[in-house]
Design a protein around this ligand. Structure first.
Ligand code: BG6
Length: 479
């Protein structure tokens, strides 16, 4: 079979990602420090795979030195995780810092740097404190935006001297889409207007964090940058027909441009605002807030890319008594013959990386961006072990190389893509699918006290990082 060799540009980041709540575990956490995720797990543990959840996770809180040792062994250039807002503070109103947890973050950052792995820090990966959900309704509240700004200030003051890459949020659209749009997460309330308010308040919180960042240069490394990690779904219409194109266009407005535009361009698309008016879901805002968003766009963007989104014009009748949901304008479409990851139920289509690269170049001012997450979650990986007990995850190696190849193509064609971060470094806890689908380069043995073991993909990743090149099979490329 013929192969193609891909050269990785100098300075291109090759790292891996995770988050605080999916790895740390609750050891040392005070009873008052539950995050939204902790609250959801406590209220509905029965829907979490085999009852696993954030309580122990990978026990990174106690085992970070060991894990960073593996990062060093693999040679990761960068590691991205989050700071757990709910644990970082003792008092969310006064922003009083929990010195024990803050000291642990100090140690993690220092250990990473000492191991030659550059830390990237995200300020919120769904870890809003449960108390703020209960007291103020979470991100629906402008007061919560201010509390987040106060938290951000404390974090930047403390770690700004050592961390270059900062992110305001990971996938800010996701929690409210699951909670208020689709009502599949605690507290199970369908409310499209609240969904939109959360979207706006998080865009506003990003702008306020950027404002603080620019004003607080004294605490920061000279080369520090602030961005946001978004998960725009590369959206393809079923056909070239106008009705299908319209479905894709409107899907893109509601789910992609709703964050891409305010965070990168500084404002909302007019068409989206018209739709919000038409369906009576305009968010509460004033001109000063819109101006703040306009003046404080991000330095760079993290983009999480896993699967394509395919839509067609809706064929069913909308029931008048059903409250508005963007699905009024579209239905999902399954491409016949599509390649699937059956465990996660996501289509595999590496071309999304190239198409996103071109979009960033052509529609978003060729801003600096990186693939902040990409990866493949597979169930029951034990069946792929060889006689030495090493998981032979060739499917993951193919997944990584085919997506990375599309990134290199995008760079060749002028996109400002600066790196690739694999999800995830170790297996970890997914929302509800906790430890079901395994994503890691490093296996976590739940039955053996969470013992770690490198998978075949970890050795492959190390080679890519060392050699700065890799190969793909030509007939597997996506045209
Ligand atoms: C991203 C999130 O959406 O995808 C991660 O940032 C998540 O937190 C990852 O774990 C994989 O999705 P899932 O649902 O399989 O864990």
């Amino acid at each position: 079979m013929s192969t193609q060799t891909w050269k990785i540009p100098d300075g291109f980041i090759l790292g891996a990602a995770a988050s605080a709540w999916q790895t740390e575990g609750w050891d040392g956490k005070r009873p008052s420090q539950d995050s939204y995720l902790d609250m959801w797990y406590k209220n509905a543990a029965h829907i979490w795979h085999n009852g696993n959840g954030p309580a122990v996770a990978t026990d990174f809180y106690n085992r970070y030195k060991e894990d960073i040792g593996y990062m060093k062994e693999i040679g990761l250039t960068h590691y991205r995780t989050s700071i757990n807002w709910s644990r970082f503070l003792i008092d969310y109103e006064t922003a009083e810092v929990d010195e024990v947890y803050a000291g642990y973050i100090d140690n993690v950052i220092n250990e990473l740097i000492a191991s030659g792995v550059e830390p990237m820090i995200c300020l919120e990966h769904y870890e809003i404190p449960a108390a703020l959900m209960e007291k103020y309704g979470g991100w629906g509240s402008k007061h919560v935006v201010d509390l987040y700004t106060a938290y951000t200030e404390k974090v930047l003051q403390r770690y700004g001297d050592r961390v270059k890459y900062w992110f305001t949020f990971n996938e800010p659209i996701v929690p409210q889409t699951r909670i208020y749009l689709d009502a599949i997460r605690y507290p199970y309330e369908q409310n499209t207007k609240k969904w939109m308010q959360w979207n706006f308040n998080k865009a506003l919180a990003t702008a306020k964090a950027v404002q603080l960042f620019r004003a607080g240069k004294a605490w920061l490394r000279e080369d520090a940058k602030i961005g946001v990690i978004l998960n725009p779904e590369v959206t393809y219409a079923r056909s070239s027909a106008q009705h299908d194109q319209k479905a894709a266009h409107i899907y893109d407005l509601f789910f992609n441009r709703v964050f891409l535009d305010p965070c990168i361009k500084g404002g909302y698309p007019e068409e989206l605002m018209e739709l919000l008016v038409r369906h009576e879901i305009v968010f509460d805002h004033d001109e000063d807030e819109l101006d703040l968003i306009k003046q404080h766009t991000v330095d760079f963007a993290g983009i999480n890319l896993y699967y394509p989104c395919r839509v067609k014009a809706p064929s069913r009748q909308w029931n008048d008594s059903t409250p508005f949901h963007p699905a009024y304008y579209y239905e999902h479409f399954e491409l016949p013959g599509r390649k699937m990851n059956p465990f996660r139920g996501w289509e595999i289509y590496p071309r999304i990386v190239y198409d996103m690269a071109m979009r960033m170049k052509n529609e978003y001012g060729n801003i600096e961006w990186l693939i902040a997450e990409n990866g493949m979650g597979v169930e029951d990986e034990k069946r792929f072990k060889n006689e030495d007990g090493i998981i032979q995850d060739d499917y993951r190696i193919e997944f990584i190389s085919s997506h990375l190849a599309e990134a290199v193509k995008g760079i060749t064609d002028g996109s400002n893509c600066k790196g690739y971060m694999l999800w995830a470094f170790t297996d970890n806890v997914s929302p509800m699918n906790a430890f079901k689908n395994r994503y890691g380069l490093v296996e976590i043995h739940l039955e053996q006290n969470r013992r770690r073991a490198l998978k075949k993909s970890a050795h492959f990743y190390r080679q890519i990082i060392q050699n700065r090149q890799f190969e793909t099979e030509l007939d597997r490329l996506y045209k």
